[in-house]
Design a protein around this ligand. Structure first.
Ligand SMILES: Cc1cc2nc3c(=O)[nH]c(=O)nc-3n(C[C@H](O)[C@H](O)[C@H](O)COP(=O)(O)OP(=O)(O)OC[C@H]3O[C@@H](n4cnc5c(N)ncnc54)[C@H](O)[C@@H]3O)c2cc1C
Ligand SMILES: NC(=O)c1ccc[n+]([C@@H]2O[C@H](COP(=O)([O-])OP(=O)(O)OC[C@H]3O[C@@H](n4cnc5c(N)ncnc54)[C@H](O)[C@@H]3O)[C@@H](O)[C@H]2O)c1
Length: 450
């Protein structure tokens, strides 16, 4: 076999690309794996995992402040940003070398560089041309360009986690996952924080009643919101201080401006048109088996694929499984099985959701029972000193099945998984009520909710 001819070329080493490369190599295929940055992808190096280190530090500070004068006496604790970054680096720094070595141990041939199509079955990495029977694109996402004057002053999430110091006044553009998570972190570092969003709410996709509770609480924790405002420019010239320019002419003076205004599929460098691979704003157009609708040897998974699913790591993992199982089957056998993908924004406390919103459930079901309650007075929450918590459950009255579960409060990020499991396996609200959960735990509160 020609040394540049492969069974499979995989582009990208995040959760999607890694899983596909490993599974196909284990089943005997000759696999090439290409990465333009460090091996390991966003989740491990610049996303979920390192982010959680910062959130953990901030939630420790939060716990101490909440417990002060009740459980403990706080003689002053604070986050040392440089020390925290150094600790985070202990997790991220070994990833690139370790993951590349382990791919090679699995018999995968690794390549460094930016991949692009040079025809329908060929990928080029710089001057090297690689051919394959199957090509899998798993190139992830990158921050959405705002195309505003002064855009170069924006700090992206990757850079945020590498900063050697924080400014005193920090503005976040956008009020989605990235901004809300990092805003909660830097607020616990004692910084003055402003979140701007052009919508009239933050955290689209989470329950609006719980988001309101979280937003009020965030304000008490020092986060200022400027909603219904579009950022149209940044004046960063001259001295240290910068100005964020709003559409109505308003100005917000600050020291740092963080981009949290969405991410786009990272496909612009791939020359997809040369490979006859169709795409749209949400990414590469695929069928339910993640196969390109225009070039049948090409597949796409994860954040770069227009699958219509939330762009999260569990989605990337499931799409990788679908591809790995079906890659060489002309008649695909493995059906996608996303279940209900839980979503969590790791604010402090976290907000979580699985399944339908109240509006979606009312549109698609004739009789729904919506239970919404603020639960900060519940013992489980009060014991932690937390002053914000709540849930919303949406239950189909005809079948007793849970259509949607929405949580805010301590350990919401864990408890939501029980609802995901119940919904996936069609457990009813009555089934959950009949289940004995360990006590005292936040999961035990589920019996009070259903
Ligand atoms: C700050 C942040 C926090 C997040 N937190 C969470 C979380 O808590 N939970 C969660 O579920 N999700 C989270 N996400 C989203 C999650 O990281 C992504 O959904 C997931 O990484 C997608 O995996 P992927 O394999 O599709 O792409 P990625 O992990 O992005 O990997 C794609 C890889 O492809 C490479 N690449 C791109 N173009 C090319 C090219 N032309 N040639 C070669 N290589 C290329 C990239 O360098 C990258 O390494 C977070 C994202 C960010 C940015
Ligand atoms: N915990 C998690 O699972 C997690 C954490 C971080 C990121 N992510 C993933 O990364 C993606 C990107 O995160 P994100 O927070 O950047 O995007 P997002 O889509 O969650 O939120 C972007 C926000 O920016 C606002 N916006 C856009 N342009 C604006 C402008 N010019 N002025 C003011 N507001 C503007 C939008 O209205 C929206 O509310 C997420 O959608 C998610 O897929 C997930």
């Amino acid at each position: 076999m020609n040394k540049n001819q492969f069974d499979v070329i995989v582009v990208g080493t995040g959760p999607a690309g890694s899983k596909i490369a490993r599974s196909t190599a284990k089943s005997g295929s000759r696999v090439a794996l290409i990465e333009s940055r460090e091996f390991g992808g966003t989740c491990a190096l610049r996303g979920c995992n390192p982010k959680k280190v910062f959130v953990h530090a901030a939630s420790l500070i939060d716990q101490i402040h909440r417990a002060d004068g009740k459980l403990i006496t706080d003689h002053g604790v604070n986050i040392d940003w440089q020390q925290l970054c150094a600790f985070k680096n202990k997790f991220t720094e070994p990833v690139a070398a370790k993951s590349e070595r382990s791919f090679q141990d699995d018999g995968i041939e690794t390549f460094h560089g930016t991949a692009k199509f040079s025809d329908e079955t060929r990928i080029c990495v710089d001057d090297l041309a690689l051919d394959a029977n199957r090509i899998v694109i798993a190139t992830g996402a990158k921050p959405t360009p705002l195309t505003i004057p002064g855009e170069e002053y924006l700090i992206h999430s990757d850079e945020f986690m590498e900063l050697d110091h924080l400014g005193d006044r920090i503005v976040f553009v956008g009020g989605g996952y990235i901004s809300m998570e990092f805003a909660h972190v830097v607020a616990r570092c004692g910084k003055k924080v402003t979140v701007i969003d052009h919508q009239d709410h933050v955290l689209t996709g989470f329950d609006t009643d719980l988001v309101k509770l979280l937003q009020n609480y965030s304000q008490q924790r020092g986060i200022d919101f400027r909603l219904g405002h579009r950022v149209v420019g940044i004046d960063g010239a001259g001295n240290k201080s910068k100005k964020v320019i709003l559409e109505d002419g308003g100005l917000i003076e600050c020291d740092m401006i963080i981009h949290g205004a969405g991410r786009d599929p990272s496909i612009s460098t791939l020359q997809l048109d040369v490979g006859h691979v169709d795409f749209e704003d949400q990414g590469i157009i695929v069928d339910q088996y993640m196969r390109s609708t225009s070039n049948p040897i090409v597949y796409a998974a994860g954040d770069c694929a227009a699958s219509g699913k939330p762009k999260l790591t569990p989605t990337a993992n499931e799409e990788a499984r679908i591809i790995a199982d079906n890659l060489f089957n002309n008649e695909p056998e493995t059906l996608p099985s996303y279940g209900h993908i839980p979503r969590v924004a790791f604010t402090i406390p976290a907000i979580a959701a699985v399944g339908m919103s109240q509006e979606e459930a009312k549109e698609s079901h004739s009789e729904v029972d919506v239970r919404f309650e603020e639960t900060s007075s519940w013992n489980s929450n009060r014991k932690t000193g937390e002053t914000v918590a709540g849930y919303k459950l949406i239950i189909d009255k005809q079948t007793d099945l849970i259509l949607g579960a929405h949580l805010l409060g301590p350990q919401a990020e864990e408890t939501i998984n029980i609802f995901a499991l119940a919904m996936r396996y069609n457990l009813t609200a009555t089934n959950l009520k009949a289940t004995l959960f360990a006590f005292p735990t936040h999961a035990a509160d589920i019996r009070k909710m259903v």
